[in-house]
Write a protein that binds this ligand. Structure first.
Ligand SMILES: [Zn+2]
Ligand SMILES: [Zn+2]
Length: 342
């Protein structure tokens, strides 16, 4: 069993920390982005959250996997509630263009709070855990997944208004948080006194937590009518940059933030240099795009209607991330780029 830091050892060397600071009086301090050493590879589109008749979905695993394969996805995680579907049993669907990554939605609760944590690339069925506190319950399920070298992602915090930034800030060994979930009753946008998922994300980032935002379907309904009040597929996904369509490579890329999340906007590339973040948008017919660069506290740092949209690092900030919205309201979110510690 490897520890989290050992597991991340595969990822951390990809990031070259360049701190070019000068404490010499009269010299201006230079702020620079952390730049990934390797920005090459291919983009792979996948959904990490889908249900089948193995739990509360309406279609068998084979049907669900085929839906994603036929709709242009490169990989899929079947994540039933406390049920593990071995991809070996669906080997007829898997080929060089479509990968099934084993997974499960560890489904637990604390009092009224729903605690759902997806385990990606786990080797076998895991038992959901409970604990004596809400934070402890979330942590116990993250740990259960780490113990088998899987990758946890924490699901829909606003489902039943279960938990928020306060609890998430205390969780350790997690890197991925759902910021957009296609299920109709999970309250992505927040409301009343409760922040939306993007706001929660910025609170965590502003407090120094390194966490990446994913979009998922949480699909349950593949039969009958496709409607906004049903949990249909095709609403949220991640597009991951990796060298190959390989489960370990995709997991490492996800945990290093080498991906974007989307509800419909496609990017052709994200380029990070020491002083620039470039977002290259894959323009669709006559759609128009607005890119908002967001920093600490959710503050808008700048906005662009150009393609590529470019953010230039001129003042000291903690991080910047981009939200690209198209003229139909669909969105892509890049992962935060951090300014190197100095
Ligand atoms: Zn759930
Ligand atoms: Zn689910």
């Amino acid at each position: 069993m490897r520890s989290f830091s050992q597991a991340l050892g595969r990822v951390v060397p990809l990031v070259l920390l360049i701190a070019s600071c000068s404490d010499v009086p009269g010299h201006r301090t230079t702020v620079q982005f952390e730049v990934p050493v390797d920005q090459g590879g291919f983009w792979y589109k996948g959904n990490t959250h889908a249900h089948t008749t193995m739990s509360d979905g309406d279609s068998p695993p084979e049907y669900v996997a085929r839906w994603y394969k036929e709709h242009g996805y490169d990989f899929l995680v079947l994540s039933d509630h406390n049920v593990f579907t071995d991809p070996q049993t669906l080997s007829g669907i898997v080929d060089s263009t479509f990968l099934l990554i084993p997974g499960e939605e560890l489904t637990s609760s604390f009092d009224q709070a729903a605690v759902h944590v997806n385990g990606l690339n786990i080797p076998y069925a895991l038992e959901a855990r409970t604990s004596t506190t809400l934070v402890g319950t979330i942590q116990a399920n993250v740990d259960a997944i780490r113990e088998v070298e899987g990758v946890p992602h924490i699901n829909h915090p606003n489902f039943r208004w279960s938990f928020g930034a306060k609890e998430l800030a205390q969780i350790e060994r997690d890197r991925l948080l759902e910021i957009s979930n296609g299920h109709p009753t999970v309250h992505n946008e927040g409301g009343g006194d409760s922040p939306g998922l993007e706001e929660i994300w910025d609170i965590l980032l502003s407090n120094g937590k390194r966490i990446y935002g994913i979009a998922v379907d949480d699909a349950h309904h593949f039969q009958g009518e496709f409607a906004l009040d049903r949990a249909n597929p095709g609403r949220g996904w991640v597009t991951v940059k990796a060298r190959n369509l390989d489960a370990m490579m995709l997991m490492e890329a996800l945990e290093a933030g080498h991906f974007y999340a989307s509800t419909g906007v496609e990017l052709s590339d994200i380029v990070i240099t020491h002083d620039r973040l470039e977002v290259h948008i894959n323009r669709e017919s006559d759609f128009r795009y607005t890119t908002t660069f967001i920093g600490e506290g959710g503050r808008v740092l700048s906005e662009s209607t150009q393609n590529p949209a470019i953010f230039e690092l001129v003042t000291n900030i903690r991080y910047v991330r981009a939200r690209i919205r198209d003229s139909a309201g669909r969105v892509a979110w890049t992962q935060p780029v951090f300014v190197a510690e100095h």
